[in-house]
Design a protein around this ligand. Structure first.
Ligand SMILES: Cc1cc2nc3c(=O)[nH]c(=O)nc-3n(C[C@H](O)[C@H](O)[C@H](O)COP(=O)(O)OP(=O)(O)OC[C@H]3O[C@@H](n4cnc5c(N)ncnc54)[C@H](O)[C@@H]3O)c2cc1C
Length: 315
């Protein structure tokens, strides 16, 4: 099924591997193998690959930094495309559109975008400091922190829709909700984004970026431990957003372990993979936490992290 695409990728000299282990490409390090793994390092290349994949009616999944996702343990029969951007010194794929908006390719890392913002005096995106992954992934899941989220700064995007058409859409197309958008479980692909910013002082923007990162380093488990960040969404309780981590801790579940996976001692909403956790361990720990929390506090916790099934569908 994938042979014509493989031949084309070879001809185009695009990086790919067949029956590739997906775990090493994910922050959680959980997942088996995928039929084909393609790495794109520019939006134009991503567009060309996706047109080919969609024209061939192949099952596909586009991911960015892989920091919010875990795959099934066996073989996932799908083309996984890593949408990343090569960082080549001054030629970062980010440009000013006017004095309050910028265009950025979806594969640019958040921290790369923030360095650019600090240098140009573009404020308002500092909440992304310390959130791993790409700006495309951040938009797809409406990532946020410190009271701001991508929905607050996104103006529009250039996309390829599931029929292979290039389109320019506005923020309404994203259907943003808390840690959710139409891209999170959808088929459309983000090529580049238009983001709004507020002009500001370069030094102050740098300080805010640093302070936000320091806060995270002090309150979250170390970045060197495999996780996908907050595993459950913060639930609404009596009209207010409550902390899922606090609820898990109050239920006495810190350090609860299944196989190679445990609830972090530092933060109840981080599940840590100690090196050999399977997808099965993850599902089992998720269920144990959800039932213990429901029994002890009556709260129903909803997963924030994305799972990928054997057929490549996200859920
Ligand atoms: C230590 C740690 C801390 C974290 N802290 C936070 C936090 O404070 N706030 C927060 O919101 N999240 C946090 N996260 C979760 C995660 O980092 C964010 O959700 C991040 O924005 C996901 O980006 P990504 O590029 O890694 O996306 P991926 O995990 O690669 O993908 C996520 C989703 O986006 C889709 N996607 C990615 N790229 C594209 C594209 N080009 N076109 C279409 N769809 C695409 C994927 O298909 C998938 O549905 C944390 C994770 C870790 C490991």
């Amino acid at each position: 099924m994938f042979a014509p695409l493989v031949a084309w990728l070879r001809q185009q000299q695009i990086t790919f591997s067949e029956n590739a282990a997906i775990g090493p490409h994910l922050y959680f390090k959980i997942g088996g193998t995928v039929s084909l793994l393609v790495t794109c390092n520019a939006a134009a290349q991503l567009a060309a690959v996706m047109k080919k994949v969609i024209a061939g009616k192949l099952p596909y999944l586009v991911i960015g930094g892989g920091s919010n996702i875990a795959f099934f343990d066996g073989l996932t029969r799908v083309v996984v495309v890593l949408a990343q951007a090569a960082s080549c010194g001054s030629t970062v794929p980010i440009r000013l559109l006017d004095d309050r908006s910028l265009a950025v390719e979806s594969g640019v890392r958040n921290q790369q975008l923030l360095s650019w913002c600090a240098a140009k005096g573009a404020g308002g995106l500092e909440f992304l400091s310390g959130i791993p992954g790409t700006i495309g992934g951040a938009a797809a899941v409406n990532a946020g922190a410190f009271g701001c989220a991508m929905a607050d700064v996104l103006g529009g995007a250039d996309i390829i829709d599931a029929q292979g058409n290039l389109r320019t859409v506005d923020s309404g197309h994203f259907g943003f909700a808390y840690r959710d958008s139409s891209f999170k479980f959808g088929r459309d692909i983000l090529l580049s984004l238009r983001l709004k910013f507020s002009p500001g002082d370069e030094g102050l923007i740098s300080i805010k970026i640093r302070d936000n990162l320091e806060y995270r380093l002090a309150h979250h488990p170390s970045y060197s431990q495999a996780s996908a960040g907050c595993f459950f969404k913060n639930p609404w309780l009596r009209g207010v957003k409550a902390s899922a981590g606090k609820i898990i801790e109050e239920c006495g579940l810190k350090n609860m372990t299944v196989g190679g996976l445990s609830v972090a001692g530092e933060h109840g909403n981080f599940l840590l993979n100690h090196g050999n956790a399977s997808f099965r361990d993850l599902q089992c720990l998720e269920k144990k936490i959800q039932s213990a929390v429901a029994a002890r506090s009556g709260v129903v916790l909803e997963r924030e992290v994305i799972y990928v099934a054997a057929d490549g569908s996200k859920y």
